[in-house]
Write a protein that binds this ligand. Sequence first.
Ligand SMILES: *Cc1c(COP(=O)(O)O)cnc(C)c1O
Length: 375
Amino acid sequence: MTTVETSTVPLVDLRIQRDRVADEVGEGLARVLEATAFIQGPDVAAFEREFADYTGRAHCIGVGNGTDALEFALRAAGIGPGDGVAVPANSFVASAEAVLRIGAEPVLVDVDERYLLLDPEALEAVAGRCRAVLPVHLFGQMAPMGRIGGIAERYGLVVVEDAAQAQGATHRGVPIGGWGAAAGTSFYPGKNLGAYGDAGAVITDDPELARRVRLLANHGSEVKYEHEMIGFNSRLDTLQAVVLRAKLARLDVWNEERRAAARCYTELLSGVPGVRVPEVAPDDEHVWHLYVVRVPGRDAVLADLQASGVGAGIHYPVPLHLTGALGGSADRQGEHPVAERAAAEILSLPLYPGITTVQQERVVAALSAAVTRHA
Ligand SMILES: *Cc1c(COP(=O)(O)O)cnc(C)c1O
């Protein structure tokens, strides 16, 4: 065996990004340490301005993490106890958690077979008992916001986008946050724009919604020791803002690297029977947070990949309606058939800025062998 064949390929390798911004981040962190401006230092406001500009929104409010961003956006939009909020059945648990934390009810909705994004027809079926919808821009591709927006308008639904996986994505040329009352995003380290710890943001064009999010994130206070409401302590850390500013300046280049890597996988996998590759909707600019294929015998295939040193993952193995902590249970099997089928077949392949063609070839060779073995 050659060294190439025995080397491992991780699902995500953050060292490459870290090295590319090392000097700038080092200088920035030193500047913050020198000034000891750890909370709400000037880098926070600067990052908020830069990220608002990047997404074309009027306001960006940095918060402690993406889950808080979603919760604050929903609260600030006036959603609360007893309200139904439509959420796709295949997402990270946080999409539903944010809804439950404000006392509202997640009304789970199936996804479409082709892109695994919130299905407008399934949304329409429950829209009458909802006050809001939380479309998730999953895997780096935006939900079909034109159609979702039309339904929201007909039924008077507030739209809050879960844009945790889609920094840089567009739908019909419009970026995240441009379709809803607000969008919440996450800067968890592995996201397309990732900090060196937890961080998140809300973006919006609505000045009053922005003001309420700012209050919620900072003890209900705009002016020190004047408290308009009971809020939370969930501010964007100044040290994280330094990291995010350095990385935001490179985000488009890195998303382009992700796109090139996705094209490379799709090409290499075109000759591999049994592997269904992800598709890009014609209206979308995809930023490939994850490259998710579908394969039969997924668990056995995944075990083989891991044994051969290829990091692969499942996003996500259990649909939300079958997740116990959310009030789901196994006897709800069958409620959202597309999400359930997908959960049994999906496999996320290693993808990150800086992944090499040799690494991708190794992933495809291992996948091809595993699929053949378990066909
Ligand atoms: C990461 C993620 C979140 C939550 O973000 P945190 O920063 O981890 O709280 C919410 N929704 C989706 C779809 C995510 O991928």
